[in-house]
Each structure stands twice: as structure tokens, then as C-alpha cells.
Design a protein around this ligand. Structure first.
Ligand SMILES: [Zn+2]
Ligand SMILES: [Zn+2]
Length: 191
């Protein structure tokens, strides 16, 4: 009972008594958790995002023409920083270059890689996406420069060898053999 009591706290916003897991982690506080619960924090964040976006579009926030990147510490023009709605000035704290680097590092982690692969597969398997991809590919390979690239690619020796091997494997499958036999029988029986 007491343990359960200790692992809960009241959110000062919604006044719900919630388990600690309902509060985001925060190293700066005494209990290492944020003051407001996750739901309230999200709501507040959205409110701020809207407020800042409105203020920015009405020229109420002074946006500097250049600022220091928090990672590489270079002073760069504001256009070198990606957009970020969760920020008052609407820009990221690290420059685009550093952010790309960070993203690349993050995406190369094995668990992230696996997750991304899963997402991509799920996305590609959606019927509407499949249909769209098919249309897109059809149009894409019609382009002359693309055709040239495909022909060049197909003519590479390693590609030819691979294709040959694949064909051999494919033709040796029993169901394919059967299919060919049937086809040939039909073909030759045409008077
Ligand atoms: Zn709350
Ligand atoms: Zn930087």
C-alpha cells in the first residue's frame, strides 16, 4: 500500500493521482520526473506551439538573423537551422548539418534500423501504396535517362552472372518445369 502510494503523485494541472510512469523523466527535478503528467505536458506543448506559431506569423517574436549551433558552435545564418515548431523561434538548436549527422547516427543503431525496416515494409504492403508505387514505377522506367541506366546496369558482368544463376534456379523448380511442359505441349499442338 505504502509502496503504491510512494510511486504515485498528483499532477498539479489535472489533479489526478497518477503512477510515476505517467510523468516524463526529468533529471533536473527532485523526483526525476516532470511536474505535470504526460497528458497535460502534451496539451501544454501544443498550446505553446500554436501560440508561438501565431506570434511568429505576427512578427511578435524577435527571430535572430544568425545564431550559434549548440553542437558545432559555429555562428550561422538562421536559414542553416531546420524548422522546429516546439521552439519559440521556430528553429532547431543544432544546425542542419549537425542534425543530419545526429539523425544518421541514430538511424544506424541496430534496434532503430530494424524498426525502420518494419515501418517501411508495413507502409509498402498497404494496397493503396502498392498501387501508387506500381503506377510510379511504370512512369519512371519510361524516362529515357532511366532506361539507359537500367540497360547499362543489366549489362554489367556481375549482373549478367547473377541473372543467369537466378534463371537456372527458377527453371529447375518443379512447378515451373511443369508449367513449361504444359506451355510447350499447347504451343506445338496448334495446327
Ligand atoms: Zn495532468
Ligand atoms: Zn552545427
Amino acid at each position: 500500500m505504502l509502496g503504491e502510494f510512494l510511486n504515485k503523485k498528483e499532477c498539479p494541472k489535472c489533479h489526478r493521482f497518477l503512477p510515476l510512469s505517467s510523468f516524463s523523466k526529468d533529471k533536473r527535478t527532485k523526483d526525476k520526473r516532470r511536474c505535470a503528467c504526460k497528458d497535460c505536458a502534451k496539451k501544454l506543448e501544443l498550446e505553446y506551439m500554436e501560440k508561438w506559431a501565431w506570434e511568429r506569423s505576427h512578427g511578435m517574436i524577435d527571430i535572430p538573423t544568425e545564431k550559434e549551433c549548440t553542437r558545432c558552435h559555429r555562428i550561422l545564418p538562421i536559414s542553416s537551422f531546420g524548422e522546429k515548431k516546439k521552439n519559440r523561434i521556430g528553429r532547431m538548436s543544432a544546425c542542419k548539418e549537425c542534425d543530419r549527422e545526429r539523425q544518421k547516427k541514430y538511424n544506424s543503431r541496430p534496434e532503430v534500423k530494424a524498426k525502420l525496416r518494419g515501418y517501411r515494409r508495413e507502409y509498402r504492403d498497404r494496397p493503396e501504396v502498392r498501387e501508387r508505387m506500381k503506377e510510379y514505377n511504370k512512369e519512371f522506367i519510361k524516362k529515357p535517362e532511366q532506361r539507359k541506366r537500367i540497360i547499362e546496369y543489366e549489362q554489367r558482368p556481375e549482373r549478367k552472372a547473377k541473372k543467369k544463376e537466378y534463371n537456372k534456379k527458377y527453371l529447375s523448380r518443379p512447378e515451373v518445369k511443369e508449367h513449361i511442359k504444359q506451355y510447350q505441349a499447347e504451343y506445338y499442338s496448334i495446327p
